[in-house]
Structures are given as structure tokens and as C-alpha cells.
Design a protein around this ligand. Sequence first.
Ligand code: ACO
Length: 431
Amino acid sequence: MEHTAVLKIDDKEYSLPVMVGTEGEKAVDNRKLRAASGFMSYDQGYGNTCSCESSITYLDGENGVLRHRGYPIEQLAEHSDFVETAYLIIYGDLPNAARRKEFGLYLRQTAAIEPQMEKIFEGYPKNAPPMAMLSSIVASLAAHYPHLATNNFEKDLVNFDQAAAMAISKIRTIAALIYRYQRGLPAIPPRQELPFCDNFLHMMYSDPDKDYQSAPEVARALNLLLLLHADHEQNCSTSTVRMVGSSAANLFTSLSAGICALSGPLHGGANVAVIQMLQNIHDEGDDGTRFIQAAKSGDKSHRLMGFGHAVYRNFDPRAKIIGKACEDLLNKLGIKDPLLDIARKLEQAALREDYFIARKLYPNVDFYSGIIMRALGIPVNMFTVIFAIGRTPGWIANWREVAADARGRIYRPRQLYVGPLPRDYVEMARR
Ligand code: ACO
């Protein structure tokens, strides 16, 4: 069906084109509205504004649907792994054996950090926030590899395969080095023969004279965790990557900006808040009942962390997968985490409460991801760093869309000015 949109302002009518996505989503195209009428559109925080067309991820929050390049997240979680899903998200199709091998080789070859770059770490206090370290060290990749970061779309796209693999691989290595640096432990270099997640665990937990050994479930759980975070449409950090990239800034610089955006507690830090909440409930000897009563007050300071989502209004499909994986992992490793028991009780109790039902509040991916990370030995202050490793393919894919869009323009939203009217300068300092 052909759609038409007509906007009536006072006594004048303006026809606006309607755009339809492949999944039937509809958007009124108001790009020419200002020129035709002098009016802008207002949408604080862009909650109902498409800033771009994208073919990477489809998200239907009403029905709990998440697909990457058409593939449902449930199928990817069951059959794929992080590296393959990263390839899919970045390049658009699942890799055949040759492409997978080539991509894997790039990841392995670019994993190590050169001695000169290692020196950067020593400039930070040992207790520096890991996300502050990660964002600045990732930005420094543009300084260390200027041939991959020319700030010229055409040239940067020629070297894109290498830059993309380097970003995924090195962000993981940098994360492990941050962990070790903060503990005063010597750096453990990557090992070429290890798969992506095993290599990360090796760099995190091996000793110089003793290799880290773990049950295969550990690397598998990490793989799933990263895969579930690999992309999530136009969230705050991904939009930031596109915004920065739209100025023709190189991939590494744009990724660093994404990491900065992710560091905020309203975005990447929610899993930390969940663990703190569960710990408080545990420490206070509450089984969750008192906490739920407080959460129902509507007071923001008592929110049930890990519940609710800006776009999912039914359920977060990632939460279903991760909740089950969390239970499986703890069972297999024989870990008894009292916080998991509290989380389960909270979930069951909240899902029975009218308050949560009426507001369509369900567990989101963060409700269980922190418990998995605890089981993997990852300290709370590194949770958001792990999220960043997982989200890197999504950021890269979005940067590439911006860079490859010949019709693209620099991102430049408008504003509604509500400041003072013109006034004459009067020197105040000497009064
Ligand atoms: N606990 C209790 N009440 C809640 C919660 C919660 N977690 N979330 C929303 N509500 C209530 C609000 O008070 C509001 O009630 P009202 O209608 O009586 O005023 C109603 O539900 C709607 O809330 P909004 O704030 O409009 O929901 P919004 O979509 O803006 O917020 C958000 C979504 C920020 C995720 C919110 O649900 C929240 O703060 N959740 C806890 C934090 C969290 O888990 N964040 C992680 C999100 S996932 C991610 O970023 C990877």
C-alpha cells in the first residue's frame, strides 16, 4: 500500500514522502520540511527519529524481536559464535570457510600490542576507571597505525578489513592488559593458536610460568555473552560512532567515542548496578520482597535495576537466552551464587506484580549478564569493558555504513533555541 503524509500547519498543507523499511516500518521523511515551511521537527533524544537507513540489525521492541542481517538472535546464539557473528554483522553475510579462515587469521595476526603501545599503560594510575583507559588507548590506535586511520573515507575503506579485525582483536587484548596492569601483574601476550575467547581468558588469567586452564563451558559462556552484545541498532554508543564517523573521522577514533558513550551508567553500566542491587539485598537479609515494594513506589532511586528497557516493551530476547545460560554455567561449574537465587526470586516476584505487568517491565540482558561475569572471575569494574568488546563489531559495521554511503552527509541535528534574546554587551567584571 502506498502511504501519503500531509502536514497541516495553520492553513497550509505540506505533503511529505513516506519511507518504508524492508520489515514494513514506516517513517515520514521531513528532510525538506524546513525549506518548504520554515518549521523544524522536535524529538528530544531522537526517540522517534530515524537518523539513518541501516541494513545491519532489525529490532521490534513490541514483539521482542532482534535480528542481525536477517538472522534471529536465538539462532545465532544457538549455532554461531562471536567471531562468526561479528563477521556477519560487519560484512552482511555469514562467512564461507575461506573467508572465516582469513578473518580469523587477521584477528590472530593483529592481537598483540607493540612494546611502544604497552608504555601507554604506565601513564595511568593503577586505580583508573577501566573504561577511561580503554577509550583513550583505543583512540591511540589512530596514532600508532596512521596508515589505517587517514580520516579519508576512500582510503580508510581500502584498508577496512585490516582495521576492523585489528580493532576487534586489540580491544580484547587492551582489556586484558588493563585488568593485569591494575593488579600489578605482568602482561601475558596472546597465543596465535587459541580461539578468540580462550585467548582472552589466557591473557587475563595465565601466569608467566603456568597457563590458565578452565572448563570449556567458561569460554563458551564468554562467547555467548559477547555475541549477545554484538549489536543493538541505534543505541547511544552506536549513534555516537555514526555521528563521529560522519565527519570522516577514522574507525579507531569513532570507536573510542563509542566507548566513551558506553561508559555512562545509563547505557553500559546497568549490569554493574544490577550486581550492586543484588548484593545490597543480600547484605540486608532481604529476599527481594522489601526491594520490590520500594521499586513499586515509582521513585527512580529505587528502580529494579535490570528491569525495563527503552525499546523492548514485551521481553528482551537476549535476557531469555542469557538467563538460561547463566543457570547452566553455574550448574556446570558447581558455583552456588546467592545473588543468582535472589535474581530468580526477584524476577518471579516482579513478574507477578501488577505494577510491573501494567508497565510492561521485564528483565533485560543486564539482569543476568553480571552474574555470568562474576562466575567468569571478571571484577565488577571490568563489566562495561567486556560489553565494549562485545559491541565492537556493531560499532564497526555502523561506521562502515556511514563511510560507504556516497550520499551521506555529516550528522548535524537542529535545536530549538530557548536562551536569552539579543542584548547589548555591558562589562560586568568591573562592577
Ligand atoms: N523499576 C521500577 N519501575 C520502573 C523501572 C524499573 N526498573 N523502569 C521503569 N519503571 C517505571 C517508571 O517509573 C514509569 O512509571 P510511571 O509510568 O508510573 O511513571 C514506567 O515504568 C515507565 O518508565 P520509563 O522511565 O518511561 O521507561 P523508559 O523506557 O524511559 O526507561 C529504562 C527505560 C531507563 C531502561 C528503565 O526501565 C530503567 O531505568 N531500568 C533500570 C535500569 C536498567 O536496567 N537499564 C538497562 C537497560 S538495557 C541496556 O542499556 C543494555
